[in-house]
Design a protein around this ligand. Structure first.
Ligand code: NDP
Length: 333
């Protein structure tokens, strides 16, 4: 049973030296426990925060302890009455090929309804993040302009599609021409801007948003957000979902101060954590599943094969390797 531990806390961009690989035998279970074989491991930007000792909403990983996060797996053996061998489950588990759970941190998933990997994307944490952030905080109305950064990623691609379903003009910001083509051609966003090549980002945004910006769903922060903030309309809603451009900085970046913009436009800016809305998970997942089933929401997964590639897939998030949800396939269904 291979497992990945945090070896040291990174300064700046993490690399392979911050991770340690250990191997042990497949664990035994006792009464109440379930043995799970990992099939898909989710790698997520927020895990970078957990590699640091700084206090945040998710508790830091301890040095010498395993990485953990969303995993979809198969029950191999169970001594817990709620689970039986052959079932598929999703939960917060160690980055390992096999895990033991007492059942409290896993949920059953139904392979007949949607591919099991979707429990880590559109029908899981990133889908819920898009849904709650956009609908509960952003409250987009028909005809409004919604801008989303990190637009071709796991969360961003769902945000834009929900905004389209609500009748909005949707503009995505992403880091390559291929990503921009994907969100406009396949997902039918109204416009896309490659922030790496746009040059004058504000100018490009202004052209793409002739009526200004009513809702901004921010996944990245930094200079991208600075540019969007200059174009917000009266009573705009700014949703702070992520700040990935800042996660690997050794020193916080100073930028334009946006408080004046919030004041003069009477706008609202709000951060959130997906778990804030956990009481609404069931209704949100039902709606997301319906949209997927009706073909109204598409999803894309960037799947890397092999447990040995897990760390590199995680680091790839910060290089922008992924279009859609980054997953690692480590076992057969
Ligand atoms: P993504 O699938 O979007 O993957 C990360 C993407 O971020 C990369 O592909 C890359 O795309 C982009 N990126 C990387 N570095 C930078 C940079 N320096 N500047 C701008 N963009 C960059 O990840 P997720 O969809 O899983 O997460 C998106 C954001 O949402 C993250 O910030 C994450 O922390 C946050 N999040 C917040 C949650 C909450 O509860 N608040 C829950 C889940 C996620 P590109 O090529 O476009 O640069």
């Amino acid at each position: 049973n291979r497992k990945i531990l945090l070896k040291s806390r990174p300064v700046g961009m993490p690399d392979e030296s911050n991770f340690e690989w250990v191997e042990s035998s497949v664990p035994e279970i006792t009464d109440g426990e379930v043995l799970i074989q990992s099939i898909y491991i989710s790698v997520d930007p927020y895990m970078r925060g957990r590699m640091s000792a700084a206090k945040s909403y998710a508790k830091p990983y301890e040095v010498g302890e395993p990485f953990m996060g969303g995993i979809v797996g198969k029950v191999l053996d169970s001594r817990n009455p709620r689970f039986e061998a052959g079932m598929y489950v999703e939960g917060r588990l160690d980055w390992a090929e096999y895990n033991v759970s007492d059942g409290s941190d896993i949920r059953k998933i139904h392979p007949g309804r949607a591919p099991i990997s979707t429990a880590l994307h559109v029908l899981g944490m990133p889908g819920l993040t898009a849904y709650f952030g956009l609908l509960h905080i952003g409250q987009p109305k028909e005809g409004e302009t919604v801008v989303v950064s990190g637009a071709s990623g796991a969360v961003g691609m769902i945000v834009g599609q929900i905004a389209k379903l609500k009748g909005c003009r949707v503009v995505g910001i992403a880091g390559s021409d291929e990503k921009c083509a994907y969100i406009t051609d396949e997902l039918e966003f109204d416009a896309a801007i490659n922030y790496k090549t746009a040059g004058n980002l504000r100018g490009a945004l202004k052209e793409a948003c002739p009526n200004g910006v009513d809702v901004y769903f921010d996944n990245v922060g930094g200079s991208v957000t600075d540019a969007v903030m200059t174009l917000i309309n009266f009573q705009a809603r700014i949703i702070i979902c992520g700040q990935i451009s800042q996660y690997n900085l050794e020193r916080p970046e100073m930028g334009p101060r946006v408080m004046g913009q919030l004041l003069t436009t009477s706008s609202m800016m709000k951060g959130f954590i997906v778990s804030d809305y956990a009481e609404h998970n069931k209704e949100a997942l039902t709606q997301l599943a319906q949209w997927v089933q009706d073909g109204k929401i598409k999803y894309r997964e960037n799947i890397v094969e092999g447990f040995e590639n897990t760390v590199d897939a995680f680091l790839g998030l910060f290089r922008g390797d992924n279009i859609g949800k980054q997953l690692v396939k480590v076992g057969e269904e």
